[in-house]
Design a protein around this ligand. Structure first.
Ligand code: PGA
Length: 251
């Protein structure tokens, strides 16, 4: 059984005082003995305070990006060691916004994935097609290329541990979520391709999240699908009560 994982991606939102308010409120809502994993992916400037506030809770901390080196002359970059130092367990890598605005390629994302693992972080690796690619019937071709490119060269143990997020670009921040069937079709395909790389036992264990305009209203339907193991939530995670409802989708 794959344990559901629900991750908040706050993107470039929230200053320290807002983070403090959010986390205090969110912790008061979440039950201690929880049968699902919750991750808050906070902007860099908020990680330290978020790590302190989350310490001792069952809510994990994640970053939204990371550089491929441990340290060095890379002005403006953040290393995996720094993320571990502030209490991160997870890091989102290869988000479509990074691919689009910062020209991140599958090859570069793959380097980040391997570096994250080397330093004990679990990567949440994002893949997904654009609207144009979907309309040109290239969805599967794109997903296969991204799986093979971004997720190459893992050893079996690490291949089980990482998290994949299927985020169709046309569904991100648009209010137009994929239907449960569309998510299932894509995620089943991703699992198949992953099985070709690492074998079916590993592919059955890896968690594949859906992301793109998740709301408290639509998440239960999406989660009802066999190959959907959780969600990566942007806009609807910015309010603690809304995110809590998403986390509790089946209650
Ligand atoms: P959204 O973002 O939920 O606001 O669509 C999801 C994401 O980009 O991870």
């Amino acid at each position: 059984m794959r344990k559901p994982l629900i991750a908040a991606n706050w993107k470039m939102h929230k200053i320290i005082s807002e983070i403090e308010d959010y986390i205090r409120k969110f912790i008061s809502l979440v039950d201690k003995n929880f049968d699902r994993e919750i991750v808050l992916c906070v902007p860099f400037t908020g990680l330290y305070i978020a790590g302190k506030l989350l310490f001792g809770s069952n809510i994990k901390l994640g970053a939204q990006n990371m550089y491929i080196e441990e340290k060095g002359a890379y002005t403006g970059e953040i290393s995996p060691v720094m993320l571990k130092d502030v209490g991160c367990n997870y890091v989102i890598l290869g988000h479509s916004e990074r691919r689009k605005y910062f020209n991140e390629t599958d090859e570069f994302v793959n380097k980040k994935v391997l570096t994250a693992i080397k330093f004990g972080l679990i990567p949440i690796v994002c893949i997904g097609e654009t609207l144009q690619e979907r309309e040109q019937n290239k969805t599967f071709e794109v997903l296969e290329r991204q799986v093979r490119g971004s997720l190459a060269n893992l050893n079996t143990l690490d291949a089980e541990k990482i998290v994949i997020a299927y985020e169709p670009v046309w569904a991100i921040g648009t209010g137009k979520n994929a239907t449960p069937q569309q998510a299932q079709e894509a995620q089943q395909f991703i699992r198949q391709k992953y099985a070709e790389l690492y074998g079916s036992i590993v592919a059955e264990k890896v968690r594949i999240l859906y992301g793109g305009s998740i709301t408290p209203e639509n998440f239960k339907g999406i989660m009802s699908q066999k190959d959907v193991d959780g969600g990566l939530v942007g806009g609807a995670s910015l309010d603690p009560e809304s995110f809590y409802k998403i986390v509790m989708f089946d209650k």
